[in-house]
Design a protein around this ligand. Structure first.
Ligand code: NAD
Length: 434
């Protein structure tokens, strides 16, 4: 089966490599020539654990290739996936569909024989039908179906999520298209992962509703964490107690500096706009977005008050810049909201991230200095802020950290360490919600 993946970013590259591993013959296409050249040279342009081996193995076995020539790839394809970006549109918060529609027009021009065009990008309800319209207008005689197959992988665990998904959602309205998609996903049947077949609109909405619900859990526990700080409760005990209830579940009940990343911020905003456009509202999600912005602002205040009321003239060492560990993705990372505030108030910031420095540099103030060693980063700092819970920060030599620092403030925005133990060592420790 010939599969084409349009867009070779976090989703396209992982999905393409995994479909190749499933046995399909996959061509990953991108408009970014440098990205394709790097991939052809055996270089992986993003950081995702295990992706280098998976790509190399499938390239070696002739099941995976890369090109900028969309036309030739599409002409030979049975299934063409659209996995381009759908960022927030400037000004109105709606999902920007220009890349999806551009891809649809290009695909239409090259269709050759029956082809299923599959939206894998996260797209507002109605997009698949719009893609269908675009292709039909461009090529009235073409033999094709459009399907929706939203992707649920998490960066940092993307390959396992793709290979062992909780579910695969297929929005598909023709038997021929469903047969081809089921055949492509056959290996996941062997592990008994469920496949949910729906109409196009439901499939599109499953994705937004799922992300908005997860974001809701995060904002919910962040509000509870703030309450814990006022009443002397420990949010970890509260979230554990909640999570033991199977109706609630323990996942996504970890307090922190607010959610970020390439999906939750844009998908929550887009869902609110989709609802408004259809004359209804998503008031819970509106609150979730507000609470999240407030949480980031609250973290700035937390750091300020840990420093005695002012960041001016203080040196702050930031550990972790990416929105979560095991990725180099900086899109909407809380660090982008927090660090400029500290710099504006006169702090000098030293930063460390195991993978994100290159992506972070253009997004953070120029005055931020970067270090490749955690202990160099904390040297001379008045405060250490643990921003992202990379494994590397879980087992710090805390005695050495304290010795190298000028001050003793440790602000743990991910609650990696135990308050009592930290205070016992001599840190002035502040966590979230405890
Ligand atoms: P990305 O920015 O990493 O990759 C998108 C790629 O598409 C880029 O390399 C870009 O150059 C390419 N592109 C744009 N227009 C093109 C065209 N006409 N032809 C060929 N290539 C083109 O984005 P991503 O993180 O992979 O996200 C892609 C989609 O998947 C988004 O809708 C996103 O919401 C969704 N999604 C992302 C994740 C995630 O964790 N990143 C998870 C689930 C779903």
């Amino acid at each position: 089966m010939n599969v084409v993946m349009i867009g070779s970013g976090y989703v396209g590259l992982v999905s393409g490599a995994c479909f190749a591993e499933f046995g399909a013959c996959v061509t990953c296409v991108d408009v970014d020539q440098t990205k394709i050249e790097r991939l052809k040279a055996g270089e992986i342009p993003i950081y995702e654990p295990g992706l280098d081996d998976l790509v190399a193995r499938n390239v070696r076995n002739d099941r995976l290739g890369f090109t900028t020539d969309l036309g030739t790839a599409v002409a030979a394809a049975d299934l063409v996936f659209i996995a381009v970006g759908t960022p927030t549109r400037r000004g109105d918060g709606y999902a920007d569909l220009q890349y999806v529609y551009a891809a649809a027009r290009e695909i239409a021009g090259s269709l050759n024989g029956y082809t299923v065009i599959v939206d894998k990008s996260t797209v507002p309800v109605g997009t698949a039908r719009q893609v269908e319209r675009i292709v039909r207008e461009t090529r009235p005689e073409a033999d094709f179906d459009v399907a929706s197959n939203p992707e649920f992988l998490r960066e940092g665990a993307a390959i396992n999520d793709f290979m062992r998904p909780d579910r695969v959602v297929l929005g598909v309205e023709s038997e021929r298209a469903e047969r081809l998609l089921r055949e492509l996903y056959r290996p996941i049947n062997l592990i008994e992962a469920p496949i949910l077949v729906t109409n196009l609109e439901s499939a599109e909405l499953v994705k937004y509703a799922s992300n908005a619900f997860l974001a809701t859990k995060i904002s919910f526990i962040n509000e509870i964490a703030n309450l814990c700080e006022q009443v002397g409760a420990d949010v970890h005990a509260v979230s554990r107690g909640m999570g033991m209830d199977k109706r609630i579940g323990s996942k996504f009940l970890h307090p922190g500096p607010g959610y970020g990343g390439s999906c939750f911020p844009k998908d929550t905003t887009a869902l609110i706009r989709i609802a408004q456009e259809h004359g209804t509202s998503c008031r819970i999600v509106e609150s979730v977005v507000e609470v999240n912005a407030a949480q980031k602002a609250r973290m700035v205040k937390k750091i300020r008050s840990a420093l005695g009321g002012s960041e001016a003239g203080k040196t702050i060492a930031i550990l972790g810049l990416t929105f979560k560990p095991e990725t180099d993705d900086m899109r909407d990372s809380p660090s982008i909201a927090i660090i400029p505030n500290l710099v504006d108030k006169g702090a000098s910031v030293r930063a460390h991230d195991p993978q994100g420095e290159e992506e972070a540099r253009p997004l953070l103030p120029e005055s931020v200095s970067y270090y490749h060693d955690v202990y160099d980063t904390v040297t001379g700092a008045d405060a250490v802020v643990l921003m992202t819970e990379w494994n590397e920060y879980r087992g710090l030599n805390l005695d050495r950290v304290l010795e190298l620092m000028k001050g003793e403030v440790f602000v743990d925005l991910r609650n990696v360490y135990e308050p009592g133990a930290m205070e016992g060592k001599g840190f002035a420790y502040a966590g979230v919600g405890r």
